[in-house]
Design a protein around this ligand. Sequence first.
Ligand code: ZN
Length: 419
Amino acid sequence: MYNETLQKQIHRYLQQHKDAAKTFLTRLIQIPSFSGQEQEIMTYLEQAFQNFGDMRHVFLTNALKTDPDYTHKDHEMDHTGQYNLVICKPGQGQGRSIILQAHTDTVPADESYADAFSGKEEHGFICGRGACDDKGGIAVLFLVLKCLHDLGIKLLGNLDVQLVVEEESGGNGALACVLHSPPADGVIVMEATELHIHPSNRGALWFRIQVEGKSVHMGKITEGVNAIEKGIKIIQALRAYEQQLIQESKGYPGFEKYQQPVQVNIGTIHGGEYPSTVAGHVTIEGGVGFLPNKNLALIKQELHQTIQALADPWIQEHYTLDFPKLHNEAFESSFDHPLVTTLKNSCEQIGLRPDVCGLDVSCDARLYAIKGKMPTLVFGPGNIADAHSHHEKVKVDDILLAAEALLGFLIDWCGTGTA
Ligand SMILES: [Zn+2]
């Protein structure tokens, strides 16, 4: 049972190890780890976590590519040798099991982001690429495991900490873990949620539309068909589709607080060959964000219908629509599930007032919830608005609070014995 003495011990322990958390996080930020280039950070983490439990490698293999939930990229990747790190603490008795997960990869940082890999401290925040997405989450898990280890707290249920690669590019690391690691009674995915609890996530689908036109010299413009102009008609139809999506998703439970939790975005457009040539080809890529009232299959169908409804015979015969890249299903676990209420309670024990609501971005959580069929929520320090930006940061005190909330949660959820 979680008693006051243990609670105080944990609180004191975390305060005493604030500098250790800062040093650890700074070091993590100093190791660049763009998706697909995580080897150095995995080696570092392996050494940093080595005393905290039984270490396992869960390999990504090229066989993953045949899984429907695999995310393909522009350049197909060779996964040989790429792995996730799982630190297992087998339970000491009969208790509920849990997976705590964070991802080790980040989005890139271009040259204009001068401080990307400094890991410097400013006004109580640690700054740099990955600070809140998701190295702050790894720092929380580091503190949690270190505290369990140093204070000799024995959990009754199994605890697996999964440090996974390739979240930013779609979740292939998490996919390998869901397929090749034992399931658990609950999963907490660490992402920047400002310490709010998200048992549901918006989904996201990237699309690619290509239109062939008829390329002629502009002097013969009446004999050509301009693919770029056909593309503009499609973009206008997509803008109207976004309005439809907004209407249909209005007031969806858990997402009421967001101004516009669903989106249709036009991300890139490439077309034409020459200023005086009627454009013979256009490629438009973009994304649709959607709530759990829809799913990937339905969004794909609606995108096709949107283009078909244009009733433009040329477009109908000369367009292709496909979805070769990111395809993250939306998901929702019950807001009343004990996984949610136990974490909410442990947050409140230390003075936090977390909202329980949907998350308006997508992450690895859906793979655990849908493919793994495990109750899953997302929780962690930092603000998602800072992620992927040139001002990425995480508050050190929030790392300690997240660790304290999770330790309280683990003691309630997994149970503790008298060690
Ligand atoms: Zn993330």
